[in-house]
Structure formats: structure tokens, C-alpha cells
Design a binder for this molecule. Sequence first.
Ligand code: ZN
Length: 291
Amino acid sequence: MTCWPGGAPYAATVSFDFDAEELMIGENPANANAPGVLSQANYGPTVGVPLILGLLRKHGITATFYIPGKDALRHPDAVRAIIADGHEVAHHGHSHANPTTLTPEEERAELHDGLAALRSFGADVTGYRSPSWEFTPHSLDFLAEAGLEYSSNLLNHILPYQHETHDLVEVPVSWILDDAPHFWFANDTWEKTIRAPREVLDVWLPEIDGIAALGGHAMVTFHPFLSGRPSRLAFLDRVLSHLAATGAWIAPTRDIVTYTREHGPLALNTEGFTDRIAAINLAPTAKEARA
Ligand SMILES: [Zn+2]
């Protein structure tokens, strides 16, 4: 089993995908000329980020912000505020183009242009999360070539691990602990949903408790244009409180990577897990209502 720092039963990373206008343009290039569509994402750096930084200060949490290079250049004050508060800044494409739609040369150029943009702010960038977690057969080669330390893209584990083929640590993600599938409404299709914060807490908290029961790593992912909305700031606040109350070692991704390099390979704590899983409260919000 894995012994996390300080005897913590599990680890967690609070991550934000700083997706502003580039997200919408990546979805549909015609959106570059659609100020209304762009304004939905513009809410993130304009209103969401300052409020989120205030919540992170309240909880004393150092987070990781994955930032597209072009969005960083478009919103320099938000990026400077993130860095000033000591949060990790990591790579999230230059544009928000899906790498699987690019040629290998274009994918490599995205990586280098995004790095240059983030480093122009003085950010020490060691990790990469691709737009929409899309990956190509070349991605690991390009990350290693660029001298990066880690990838946070794959969905195949609840523990970080060393890639066998490259000197890179993978810090896995999941759609279940991403706010976008729950909260991202888009008016082009009307197929994406607006879920109640309370309902999403019912999805998230048992998943976090399950990861805790197994001694894993919970990577929670938020988008400022989604979770910077007022009702969802309350959701974020509740999630951060839950991580602390359940004893997580809360660390930015770069620190998870350092720990994995020094102590890996990590293993789940499966001894006696059946009892811990059975004890998970599947109605945490109802419990809170009684408290
Ligand atoms: Zn993104």
C-alpha cells in the first residue's frame, strides 16, 4: 500500500483547466467571430478566477492551473494573480485544438508555443494536460522531448505512475471528478446539461470517499467559467472542505509527481477495503442536511 506524506489516507489535487476563449474556438473555429459564445468562457478569467483564488486562500490550498498559451496571453492579469498566489501553472495547449486533429508537426508546435507563452510569465512549467484530454501516439514523445516531467491526461488509474516507455509520470484524471460533464451547458446543441450543485455533490463525494478508502489519488478538475458561477463556488467550497475533513494530502500535481518519483511504484491499499467501501455514505448531502 501507499503511505502518503504525514500518514494521510489518500492524496488529492485541486486542478483548474483555465479554458477561456480558446476553448470555444477549439470547439468551432467560427466562434472566433461569435462574441456571445466567447463571452461564456470569458467569464472564467474575468469573474471566476479572482473568486476561486479567494476560496483557495480560505482553505490554504495550492492548486494547479492548466492554461492554454493563447488564453494566458489574452488574460495576463489572471495568470499573474494565479502565479502571485503560489499556484502551479501547467500546459494546456497553445490554442485549445484537439491534438488528434493535428499533424505531428502541428502538435509539436502547439506544445512549444504554449510553453513559450507560459514561461513568458516566469512560470516553471513541468506538466501537460492536453485539450479535452485527447492524446495521440506521438504525445509522450513530444512531452519527453520538451523536457516535461509529467502528463495528466489518461484515465486508467486512481494512482499516479511512471510511464514504462518514457521518463514521464502520469497523473490520471477522470470525467466523474470533472465539473464539465455536469455543468457545461452549450447553446449550440442544448445536449449538455445544467445539473444542481447538490446533485453533483452526490456524485463527487462518494467517489472521493472511495478513492480515500483505497488510498488513491483524487484528481478533481474545475473550469473557472463553469465553477466560478456563484452557486458552484459553494460547490467548490464544499468539495475543498470535504477533502480536508477526510484527511487528504492536498498537493499540486508537480508535488504528486515528485512523490511518485521518490516513492513509486505506488499501490492501492486493498487490505480491508471491502469494509471501508461498504461504509461509504452514498447520500452525503442528506447527512450534511441533518448535521
Ligand atoms: Zn480545456
